[in-house]
Design a protein around this ligand. Structure first.
Ligand code: NDP
Length: 445
């Protein structure tokens, strides 16, 4: 459709050096063609032109002092993308690769993902090119405090509620929350992923990985398949990968491989999760250490060959563009019948084409990994009520939300003529609610 082509051209013209952002917008706009045809009033009101431009984009200097007394300078960002249906909500990524393109792609995806959860949350994302790897606790603390010293004036429990992401776990959220409270003298739920004794929600740590498995369970069931007895390959060994592994094992599947940015481990007898948690969560070491504890397992340097391991289900849970066209073809040739994206945008557009053409059950990230932000939304509810729910209560709500997301995505796909295409379905289902709200709230918005 010409109008959506024009929107895409404008996005590229405005920021020509943002390939990840272009990739994310392109995928969504392609899915939205039937929606634009059905809603000329939204086209006229510029909904499509406006949704691809962040409401606000903040860039700032983060200076801090390392353990040797040297001054270090990083760049901090917060992309406040869309607040049509609630306060901006999205994680903080700390990784040397962070730039405006990556954060804008993540912030844009977050708008539709948050809408899919059914909870009142707008879309945002933030981060810095700071690398927590190899830094002492003191250095991480000083960085986080400096980061929050600037971010504090832009966020608030009803304005923008950041959370964790790559490189931002419980430790970093703690330092950031402490600094926010110190600056504001205000104890509010301004961040999610907090510790359990100071406003955090039970099951938030597990939520993204668990939610991914609940989604896959539902998607497989709809096609007469099951996680029970399935062999599963997972990339990454961080928060999402670890709790996806735990839930797959609980649901009767077997995870045989995990990775980090250096390489991957293959344990055909099934990954021993306690060992991975000790290495990754306690010691913060490399995944290669695993073979010291389990000599029958194999470690391979480099990440991409992980997708050559024969499996029934692949769950990329590391980072963006992890599965390319060749890896996708290898997975399909080896009999893989389902792919669930735990990470954000881990499959390239060419890889997604391979999956769709081969009728693989393909669960796109904005639907499949929405369990994390959904539980962050539940953390916000508990903070507002000042009343915590039990683990079982939160987990049950998470499961319901993931099942509803699957139903919303699959029925939107069917309604708009793309049956079984969950990419199109998730984009449309997420978009409708946001577009409605933007339309109702007028144009100077
Ligand atoms: P973590 O930092 O806990 O773990 C990230 C994992 O991915 C690590 O094993 C890391 O290896 C690996 N990794 C990171 N970058 C690369 C790279 N360039 N190449 C290969 N491996 C890499 O992050 P999370 O588990 O929280 O996040 C993983 C993904 O899930 C991200 O895409 C994130 O945006 C997404 N996500 C996370 C949510 C959450 O609740 N945590 C919610 C929704 C999505 P290494 O240690 O070597 O860096």
């Amino acid at each position: 459709m010409k109008i959506l082509k024009d929107v895409m051209e404008q996005v590229i013209k405005r920021d020509p050096n943002e390939p990840e952002f272009h990739q994310a917008v392109m995928e969504v706009l392609e899915s939205l063609e039937p929606v634009a045809e059905k809603h000329p009033e939204w086209v006229k009101a510029g909904i499509f032109d406006r949704i691809v431009e962040p409401e606000r984009q903040i860039t700032f200097r983060v200076s801090w002092v390392d353990d040797d007394g040297n001054v270090q300078v990083n760049r901090g960002y917060r992309i406040q993308f869309n607040s049509a249906i609630g306060p901006y909500k999205g994680g903080i990524r700390l990784h040397p690769s962070v730039n405006a393109s990556i954060l804008k792609f993540l912030g844009f995806e977050q708008i539709l993902k948050n809408s899919l959860t059914g909870l009142p949350m707008g879309g945002g994302k933030g981060g810095s090119d700071f690398d927590p790897k190899g830094k002492s606790d003191g250095e991480v603390m000083r960085f986080c405090q400096s980061f929050m010293t600037e971010l504090e004036r832009h966020i608030g429990e009803n304005t923008d509620v950041p959370a964790g992401d790559i490189g931002t776990g419980a430790r970093e959220i703690g330092y950031m929350f402490g600094q926010y409270k110190r600056l504001r003298n205000d104890f509010t739920g301004v961040l999610t992923g907090k510790g359990l004794t100071w406003g955090g929600s039970l099951a938030r740590t597990e939520a993204t990985g668990y939610g991914l498995c609940y989604f896959m369970d539902e998607a497989l069931r709809a096609k007469g398949k099951s996680l029970k007895g399935a062999t599963v390959v997972i990339s990454g060994s961080g928060n999402v990968a670890i709790y996806a592994t735990e839930k797959i094992h609980q649901l009767g599947g077997k995870v045989v491989a995990l990775s980090d940015s250096n390489g991957y481990i293959y344990d055909p007898e099934g990954i021993k999760l306690e060992t991975v948690q000790k290495i990754k969560e306690v010691e913060r070491k490399r995944i290669s250490e695993y073979i010291k504890y389990h000599p029958k397992a194999k470690y391979t340097e480099g990440c991409s060959d992980i997708w050559k391991i024969k499996c029934d289900i692949a769950l990329p849970c590391a980072t963006q563009n992890d599965i390319d066209e060749n890896s996708a073809k290898t997975l399909v040739a080896n009999g893989c019948y389902a792919v669930g994206e735990g990470a954000n945008m881990p499959s390239t557009p060419e890889a997604i084409d391979v999956f769709i053409k081969n009728k693989i059950i393909f669960a796109p990230s904005k639907a499949a990994n929405a369990g994390g932000v959904a539980t962050s939304g539940l953390e916000m509810s508990q903070n507002s009520m000042r009343y915590p729910w039990t683990f079982e209560e939160v987990d049950a709500k998470l499961k319901d939300i993931m099942v509803e997301i699957y139903k919303a995505a699959s029925s939107a796909a069917k309604e708009y003529g793309h049956e079984d295409n969950l990419v199109v379905g998730a984009n449309i289902a997420g978009f409708l609610k946001v577009a409605n709200a933007m339309y109702a709230q007028g144009i100077a918005y």
